[in-house]
Design a protein around this ligand. Sequence first.
Ligand SMILES: NC(=O)c1ccc[n+]([C@@H]2O[C@H](COP(=O)([O-])OP(=O)(O)OC[C@H]3O[C@@H](n4cnc5c(N)ncnc54)[C@H](OP(=O)(O)O)[C@@H]3O)[C@@H](O)[C@H]2O)c1
Length: 279
Amino acid sequence: MSPQNTLASPPNTHLAAAHASAAARDAALPLRGRVAVVTGASSGIGEAAAETLAGLGAHVVALARRAERLAELVARVEKNGGRALAIAADVTDPAAVRAAADRVAAELGGADLLLNNAGVMLPAPIEELATDQWQRQIDLNVTGLMNVTGAFTPQLVAAAAERGVADLVNTSSIAAQNIFPTFAVYSGTKAYVTHFSRHLRTELGPKNVRVAAIEPGIVGTELQSHVTDEGARAWLADARESMEWLTPQDVADTIGFLVSLPPRVNLQQVTVMPTGQAS
Ligand SMILES: NC(=O)c1ccc[n+]([C@@H]2O[C@H](COP(=O)([O-])OP(=O)(O)OC[C@H]3O[C@@H](n4cnc5c(N)ncnc54)[C@H](OP(=O)(O)O)[C@@H]3O)[C@@H](O)[C@H]2O)c1
């Protein structure tokens, strides 16, 4: 036997090794080849989710108003070997959202994963008539979510028709189920998100678009810093003392899990709570 023959592996061994390494890569990067749009990506849950989805292989489109925060996120993703595009846009502006969707279609061929996550929480007793805060919550949590849903659903449906799966994940809240004073408007907007998601699923599921509502309990983010009502601020301060809150990464990992499941599996409503939070 020649030395070459002694050292060379049979061709089948090479093939098996190549298959094994491709399988290992695909298992580590289950979202490889996918385009994930994340709204509210400049902080909190959206920021962590954008980094997590990029780490799982998706080309992430990070959308929010603060351009400099998005640029920092893109730099971090790229430093870790991922791919991301920042689009600074206000989701309450339908024209800006449509322009963002057109750009995603032109530059990346369209989205097949949407995390509809931008939101604001401004609890206050109803008798204070904080109508500007009511409006801000409805404009962002309901109308903004609808602007984004409308602009990207055609891309999700087209991607699912072509590749067999797409994901629409809406960030709702435990507030969608909770009964709690001073949170009526916020809870109403989140009940909308959960109920909307359940209904939409019956339309889009048959088209291979998985629709999910994710309902976190308390997560430490910038969300609490916008609260102006003293009673709600005191309640949040107590809650911070009495239990360990979720981190944005906890929720991001949950989202990463549900979009990495086989296409036939759709977790339609996922409530993720701090262990110490009763309801
Ligand atoms: N933290 C919690 O305890 C908790 C619990 C349950 C559910 N949630 C939900 O989780 C989602 C994310 O909240 P978070 O806790 O991560 O809070 P956060 O850190 O305040 O993040 C909110 C995100 O929304 C973006 N945003 C706000 N207004 C926007 C607009 N008009 N257009 C585009 N983007 C806008 C913000 O970015 P810019 O300011 O740069 O635009 C930011 O990236 C929300 O829907 C919230 O209701 C949070």
